[in-house]
Design a protein around this ligand. Structure first.
Ligand SMILES: [Zn+2]
Length: 233
């Protein structure tokens, strides 16, 4: 019985080198048995790593088949209403969301823009099936555009300026406050009520207080370093 002089692992009699650390086996009392079959397979069973194109094909086929089958079921079996449009729109939306997985070369801005357009399209499908009183054009569409713009602004900030976690948090809070206020104003406009902020003022107040604290911490070096040290950021 031989043992590896480097890592101490027990070695099979046919091993000419340690299978773990590749140290050559030298045991004058037990020469390497070169005639018996080795306990390891001679051929490596490595499989090729999965490529992005494989994932693209798999996800695209699953989503396309789901959308197609539901469309056919809606046309031929369950004809009560156009329910399959929800599924078809959802599949299209998921496909758009997966674009960065399909291709790492797609610009993150374009990807986010397409995500926003996809969400807007899905709301459009729902609005087409449930027309209501213009909720899509007066509420859902502007809010989707605004949310997309805010996410794009955040992405541009993070990518262009190497801002700290604290600065990013301050920006997110600022955007959240602005978004909340605009939601309330759009709802007021939708119901043709007087433009005033009530519940969004609470969110706005909280965000302003936290942002004031964050900006103070960011601007005071000693405070900033203390927070970084304690929070490991
Ligand atoms: Zn070894």
């Amino acid at each position: 019985m031989s043992y590896c002089v480097n890592c101490g692992v027990e070695l099979h009699a046919t091993c000419s080198e340690c299978p773990l650390c590749r140290t050559v086996v030298q045991n004058p009392r037990q020469p390497v048995d070169r005639d018996s079959p080795t306990p390891f397979p001679g051929r490596k069973g490595d499989v090729a790593p999965v490529q992005k194109s494989d994932v693209t094909i798999l996800i695209s086929i699953v989503l396309a088949v789901t959308a197609g089958v539901c469309g056919l079921l809606n046309l031929m079996v369950f004809r009560g209403n156009s329910w399959s449009l929800y599924v078809i729109g959802g599949c299209a939306l998921l496909w758009v969301f997966c674009l960065p997985v399909f291709s790492g070369r797609i610009s993150p801005y374009l990807s986010l823009l397409l995500d926003g357009a996809g969400i807007s399209m899905y709301f459009g499908i729902v609005a087409w099936l449930h027309p209501g009183n213009g909720w899509y054009l007066r509420l859902a569409f502007p809010l989707t555009v605004l949310a997309t713009a805010l996410v794009l602004l955040f992405a541009a900030f993070v990518r262009q300026i190497h801002a700290s976690v604290l600065t990013r948090a301050a920006l997110v809070l600022g955007e959240t406050a602005a978004f909340t206020v605009i939601i309330e104003l759009l709802i007021d406009l939708y119901w043709q009520a007087a433009l005033q902020i009530t519940w969004s003022a609470i969110v706005l107040t909280c965000c302003v207080i936290i942002d004031a604290a964050l900006i103070t911490i960011i601007r005071r070096t000693r405070l900033r370093e203390e927070v970084r040290r304690r929070m490991h950021i």
